[in-house]
Design a protein around this ligand. Structure first.
Ligand SMILES: C[S@@+](CC[C@H](N)C(=O)[O-])C[C@H]1O[C@@H](n2cnc3c(N)ncnc32)[C@H](O)[C@@H]1O
Length: 219
């Protein structure tokens, strides 16, 4: 009984810390990043997950010997660097918000929901889909998560990769994404440089990167 009470106490303190971080630290970091951006420094105050994405995950795919067709979901001023990292490849973007279009890819941007991705990109036309900070930031409920999962599966070629980044915290947890992706046909894949399928980034925003692949058909 004492153990259960102590555990409940620990859990509620952890949740309170998380809620406090999200309510206070995130807006503060966001303000500092915005200020640094206006002063011409887009990298200052970048979070650990953003650095991991820009410095390790995207460069791994950018090193592919052949040009890839990449679809990046959700754009903002701070995603421009993603386009730079993948500049040797065909890089296109999609965002539901028309105001985001000015941050979209110079090679092609679509204003639409990711749930309708298959209406905008031909089947099996994409080698890599990156969906970072969109599940839980707009793609939230079961119908949306499942529709997006089916759409990503349709537009990816066989053997194509899907990188998902999301925040495992109160208020940002989407309907479970991995089961929806697996139901759509995706298999978990390894991120070779770290030999892992999931990266839990240390930090209060509990960012997780998860790697999936559209399996090749066995004939
Ligand atoms: C937190 S930002 C993440 C931006 C970026 N992907 C990144 O790596 O940080 C979330 C973005 O997802 C977009 N978004 C939300 N719901 C969406 C949906 N259903 N389809 C496409 N984009 C969506 C929002 O408009 C916003 O620009």
């Amino acid at each position: 009984m004492t153990f259960l009470l102590k555990e409940a106490g620990r859990r509620s303190r952890r949740l309170a810390r998380q809620a406090c971080d999200v309510a206070l630290l995130w807006p503060l970091r966001s303000l500092l990043r915005q200020a640094a951006h206006l002063l011409g420094n887009d990298r200052a105050f970048a979070s650990a997950d953003r650095r991991l994405l820009e410095d390790h995950i995207l460069p791994h795919f950018a090193a592919a010997p052949e040009p890839l067709s990449v679809l990046f979901v959700g754009v903002h001023w701070y995603t421009r660097r993603c386009e730079q990292v993948l500049s040797a490849h065909r890089y296109r973007t999609i965002d539901i918000d028309p105001r985001a279009a000015r941050h979209g890819s110079t090679q092609g941007h679509v204003t639409a929901s990711a749930t309708e991705v298959a209406s905008h990109f031909p089947p099996a036309s994409v080698d890599l889909v990156v969906v970072n900070g969109v599940f839980g930031w707009g793609l939230n409920d079961r119908a949306q998560v499942e529709a997006a999962a089916r759409g990503f599966f349709e537009v990816l070629r066989e053997g194509g990769d899907l990188v998902v980044g999301w925040n495992d915290i109160i208020g940002r947890r989407p309907h479970p994404v991995a089961p929806a992706l697996e139901a759509a046909g995706f298999a978990r894949a390894e991120f070779p440089p770290l030999a892992t399928q999931v990266i839990a980034v240390p930090g209060s925003n509990r960012h997780r990167f998860e790697f999936f692949r559209k399996p090749r058909r066995a004939w």
